[in-house]
Design a protein around this ligand. Structure first.
Ligand SMILES: Cc1cc2nc3c(=O)[nH]c(=O)nc-3n(C[C@H](O)[C@H](O)[C@H](O)COP(=O)(O)O)c2cc1C
Length: 200
């Protein structure tokens, strides 16, 4: 059974909601899934000023734990069209793995959250591929693997061939739509299939 880590950061819960859908799809593909969160880098007083709710009950990931998994998904909220500093800070802590190329050959996938349309749905994922590349990981894009939802033009929705995505809205009040959740679950199932093949 392929073991998958979903490594997340989420300030307001959008990435968490998408991670739960990804997990459903991964489990459908027969994978064993653990959702982690990366260490917070902001002080409590700043989080309070940003109206961040309490963190979910996901374990905080350490770099060394990644080695135990057959595949890794990264759930990333956008900051200025790229990954948030918390995710980058965590990846910066993986230098010890990088020098040994301990993650080389592991499949990886990405899903994102942005406030606005065009706010970084694609650029957040594509700039994260640099992290995967230096580790020798295999980027598994969604492509158009969820045509039923990705070709839909009747509603506003996040996501791209780079991976599933959601729009949080300018004030963060919009939670993932049914289409976005379906795309995330399908991405999980497709990625889970790849992990199963590579780990068997
Ligand atoms: C400093 C900062 C920069 C941001 N930059 C962008 C951006 O470039 N584009 C965008 O659409 N949203 C941007 N956002 C909004 C976040 O992406 C949004 O809050 C996040 O996707 C919500 O997901 P979460 O609840 O899982 O954290 C930014 C937020 C902050 C605090």
């Amino acid at each position: 059974m392929g073991k998958v880590a979903i490594v997340t950061y989420s300030m307001y819960g959008h990435i968490n909601a998408m991670a739960e859908e990804e997990k459903k799809g991964l489990e459908e593909a027969g994978c064993e899934v653990t959702i982690f969160r990366v260490p917070e880098t902001l002080p409590e007083e700043v989080l309070a000023k940003m109206h961040a709710p309490p963190k979910p009950d996901y374990p905080v990931v350490t770099a060394e734990q990644l080695v135990d998994f057959d595949g890794i998904m990264f759930g990333i909220p956008t900051r200025f069209g790229m990954a948030c500093a918390q995710m980058k800070s965590f990846l910066d802590s993986t230098g010890g793995l990088w020098i040994k190329q301990a993650l080389s050959g592991k499949p990886a996938a990405i899903f994102v959250s942005t406030s606005t349309q065009g706010g970084g749905q694609e650029s957040t994922a594509l700039t994260w591929v640099t992290q995967l590349t230096h580790h020798g990981m295999i980027f598994c894009p969604l492509g158009y693997g969820s045509p039923g939802t990705q070709y839909n033009m009747d509603a506003v929705q996040g996501g791209s061939p780079w991976g599933a995505g959601t729009f949080a809205g300018p004030d963060g009040s919009r939670m993932p739509s049914d289409n976005e959740k379906k795309t995330a679950a399908t991405q999980g199932k497709l990625f889970g299939g790849v992990v199963q093949k590579l780990s068997s």
